[in-house]
Structure formats: structure tokens, C-alpha cells
Design a protein around this ligand. Structure first.
Ligand code: FMN
Length: 194
């Protein structure tokens, strides 16, 4: 699978089947995140890999939102955190979350290449995550990436909208709304304007 194929294959599926989590898999995913670019090579990201029945069950109260019950079927949950002091602070620009996003994207694309679903979420209890995982107070827990195999059956805990999204990728904004040619708002060649 090349990069374009991984980008096109990746989906935030919610019907997850179990997958074997090996030390090699964890190292592989961590290695891909490690190679992400960061401001001044600061590498602000920290990943806590949560796996194994007992550890996952202990972590499940973090998944507070009913809309995210599906994530309880993940075989691996990756908590991504960082401190703003650990990356570039250039006047009002704080780069740590940008770095986290890049590293998380590398991990997600690698998981996709390995035939896995890697679905990031924002709906969880960050304080509870910090408490259970021993993450320091000043670290922001920015996402949980839920990893498993795509299940053949649709998860019974999904809402009708979530069921629809299992087969249809949520629509994207047209290029004309975010990709500009030389000047903000100017559409790329071949794209109609707003
Ligand atoms: C920062 C972030 C937070 C998200 N939070 C949730 C969430 O709490 N629950 C959920 O089911 N999906 C969540 N998603 C997944 C998005 O809903 C999904 O990526 C989007 O609808 C596009 O679908 P696609 O990734 O399959 O193309 C999140 C994605 C990102 C990047």
C-alpha cells in the first residue's frame, strides 16, 4: 500500500473486532510516530499504549460519552499527550498540538497499512485518563486513538448516523473552501469559487 492508498483507505470505522497486540506492533507504531516532523525536532508527543483485557477494562470509564461506547471493543487504545513547554512557543503560536497531530497521523496511516482501523476521538474524560495512566498534571491529553480490526458486523451500539458512516465516508468541504491559489479565497485552477 502506498501513501495515497493509505490515505484513501483510512476511515474512522466504529465496528471493531479484536486484533492481537504484540510488542512488535507497538514498537512499529511508535517508530512511525517517532519519524514525524516537529518544530526544532522537539518531538513533544507522548503516547501511552493501553492493551490487555485488564488494562483496557480499567480504562473504559474514561470513555464517558455514550456515542463512544463502540471504542470499548478496541484491542489497543493510544492516549496522546504533550505539554506546551515541550515544543516551540513563538509569541501566540503553540506548536505541541500540531506536533501531536502529525505524529498521530503517521501512526494512524501505518496502522491502516497494516490492515487495522485507527480511530482518534475527542469524546472522553481527560482527567480520568490522566489519573488511571499516571499522566502528569501539566500534560494535555489531546486524543485517544482506538485500534482494532474492522468487524464484519456493524456494532450494535452505534446510532443510525454512525451506522450510515460505516459504509459512507462523511462528506468533505469542497477544495474551493480551503485550498487557495496564491491568495486567500482564490480557487485552484479547475475549481469553481465560493
Ligand atoms: C480530533 C478528532 C476527534 C474525534 N472525535 C470523535 C469522537 O469523539 N467520536 C467518534 O466517534 N469519532 C470521532 N472522530 C472521528 C471523526 O468523526 C471522523 O474522522 C470524521 O467524521 C470523518 O470520517 P472519516 O475519518 O471516516 O473520513 C474524531 C476525529 C478527530 C480527528
Amino acid at each position: 500500500m502506498n501513501v495515497l492508498e493509505a490515505i484513501e483507505t483510512r476511515r474512522a470505522y466504529r465496528s471493531l473486532a479484536p486484533v492481537d497486540i504484540t510488542p512488535d506492533l507497538l514498537r512499529d507504531l511508535a517508530r512511525c510516530a517517532q519519524l514525524a516532523p516537529s518544530c526544532n525536532n522537539n518531538q513533544p508527543w507522548r503516547f501511552v499504549f493501553i492493551h490487555g483485557k485488564e488494562n483496557l477494562e480499567r480504562f473504559h470509564p474514561v470513555l464517558s460519552s455514550p456515542g463512544n461506547d463502540w471504542a470499548k471493543a478496541a484491542s489497543l487504545i493510544v492516549a496522546v499527550c504533550s505539554r506546551k513547554e515541550d515544543d516551540c512557543l513563538i509569541k501566540d503560536r503553540e506548536y505541541h498540538l500540531f506536533g501531536d497531530g502529525l505524529a498521530a497521523a503517521f501512526l494512524i496511516l501505518r496502522a491502516t497499512e497494516l490492515g487495522l482501523v485507527a480511530h482518534p476521538i475527542a469524546g472522553y474524560r481527560p482527567k480520568k485518563a490522566r489519573e488511571i495512566l499516571g499522566i502528569p498534571e501539566d500534560d494535555q491529553v489531546i486524543t485517544l486513538i482506538n485500534i482494532g480490526k474492522r468487524a464484519a458486523e456493524i456494532s450494535p451500539v452505534l446510532s443510525p448516523k454512525q451506522v450510515e458512516q460505516e459504509s459512507t465516508r462523511p462528506e468533505r468541504k469542497p477544495l474551493s473552501e480551503f485550498a487557495f491559489d496564491n491568495r486567500f479565497g482564490a480557487p485552484l485552477a479547475g475549481e469553481s469559487g465560493r
